[in-house]
Design a protein around this ligand. Sequence first.
Ligand code: NAD
Length: 485
Amino acid sequence: MNLHDHWIDGVSVAPADGARLERVSPADGRVIAAAALGTAGDLDAAVVAARRAFDTGPWTTLPGSQRGEVLLRLAALIEENLEALAFLEAEEAGKPLAVGRSELQFGIELIRYAASLASGLSGRLLSESGPEAMGLVLQQPLGVIGVICPWNYPAVCLLQKLPFALAAGCAVVAKPSELTAGTTVQIARLAREAGLPDGQFNVVIGTGEVVGEAMTAHPGIDKISFTGSGRIGRRIAAKCGESLKRYSLELGGKGANIIFADADLDAAVEGAFQGFTINKGEECCAGSRILVEESIAGDFTARLLARCAAARLGGVRDEEAEIGPLIHEQHLQKVLSFIEGARADGARLLCGGERLTGGDYAKGTYLPPTIFTDVRPDMTLFREEVFGPVAALMTFRTLDEAVQIANDTTYGLANGIWTGSLDKAMAMTRRLQSGMLYVNTYLELVPQLPFGGMKSSGMGHENGPEGLQEFLTTRSAFIRLRTAF
Ligand code: NAD
C-alpha cells in the first residue's frame, strides 16, 4: 500500500492532524493507498513556502532558458521512472497500464514543450514618444498559482498547468484529488531532483471542501487554475470574484462526433468508439453524442455495435484491456442512474447498460460501452455530461441539421467531424461552437495547440503559447531619459 503525504517546501510532510483517506482499487477493491487529508493549516504552510520562493527565490529571476533546463531534466526523470509512474496513475484512476503509459508520455511532451517556451518570453519596446523617452511592455510571472485537479487524468491535468506556470517563473501549490494523489506527489519529488528550488512546487492533498476552499480563499494565492466540474468551477469563479483573484476553468463537455456519409467508415467507426469509451468515458472531451448521416446509419450502427461487443474491459494488470473500471462505486451508481433515466425517457438501449458481474469483474466497477438511440434533444442523456462510457446515437440529413444538433448544448469543449470533403470540414470548423475540433480523428492532443472550452465548458487555455500566457501578467513602464537614445 502506498502512503501519500503532502510535499511542502521540498520535503514530504504528514497531515497536521494525522487524517488519511484509504483508496481502494476500482479494479478489485483492494486497499492500495492511504492519502493525507490536509487541513487549512497544511495549505497555509504550502502557500507560505510558495510565497517565499516566488518573492525571494532565484527561480523568478533566472534566465528563462535555465528554467527550461530544469524542466527538461524533469521530463527526463519522468521518462526514467515511466513504468512506476504509469502503474501508479493507472491503478489509482482505474486505467489499463497501457493507457497510464501513454498519458505519462504525453505529460513528458507537455513539459518539453513548456521548456521550449521558457526561453522565448519577451516584451515590447515603444519608441513613439521620441528619442528621449521610451515605453516598455513587460511580461512577468503572475505569482503563486493554486492548481486544483480532478481524478480522471491526474497527471495530464497537472502537466497541462505546472510546467507552463514554472516556465513563466511562477510558484505552484497543487491540490490533486484525494483519490488519485500518487503521481502528483511523485512528480514533485522528481522536480526537486531535477533542480527545482524548494517551495517552488508544493502539493497539499485533501478534499475540495477543506483544502480546495482554503486555497480559493487564501490571500497568498494570485490565481486559481482549476480543472473539474462546472458546479465547482462556478463556485470557484464566484469566490475568486469576491477577492478579485484571477482564475481559469477547464470544465465538462458534451461533445458531438459527426459522421458524414462520405467519411472513411472504418476510421469513423473506430473514432466514434474511442470518442465515447476513452478513459471509460470519464473524459471531459468525450464524443458522447454520435451524429451519423441518415443514409449510412444502418451500416455504421451495425459496425459500431460490433466494435463495442469486441471491447475488452480490465484492470491495470490486464495488458490486453482497453477499458478500465469506473473511478468508484458511487460514481458507477450515478452513471447507472443516467442509464435508468434515459430508459424512462423513452430512449432505446442498443448495447451495454448493465455493470459486469461475472468472474473477476464482480470485484470492480466495470460498465461496458452503452449506446442509446431514439434520443431527443430534451432528454437528460442529450443535455448532461454522464462521465461514463455512454453515448446517444442520432441521425441527421443535412449539414445544417448536424450543426444545429451539435450546437444545441450549453457546453462547448470538443467536437469531431468525419468526412472526405475539405469544404464540409472547413464549413463545420467555422460553425461548430467548441474550443477544440477534430477532423478525421478524435482527441488527438498536441502540446502546441491551445486546449480550452467555450460556453459553459470553461474559460482560459492550456497548452500552446496561450497556456504560458495564463501565468504571465502584463506591465508597462514609461521612461524619460536625460539624453536621446
Ligand atoms: P470536481 O469538480 O468534483 O473536483 C475537481 C477538483 O476540485 C477536485 O480536486 C476536488 O477535490 C476539488 N474541489 C471540490 N470542491 C471544491 C471546492 N468547494 N473548492 C475548491 N476545490 C474543490 O470534479 P471531478 O469529479 O473530480 O472531475 C470530473 C469533472 O472534471 C468532469 O465534469 C470533467 O468534465 C471535468 N474535467 C474537465 C477537464 C478539462 O480539461 N476541461 C479535464 C478533466 C476533467
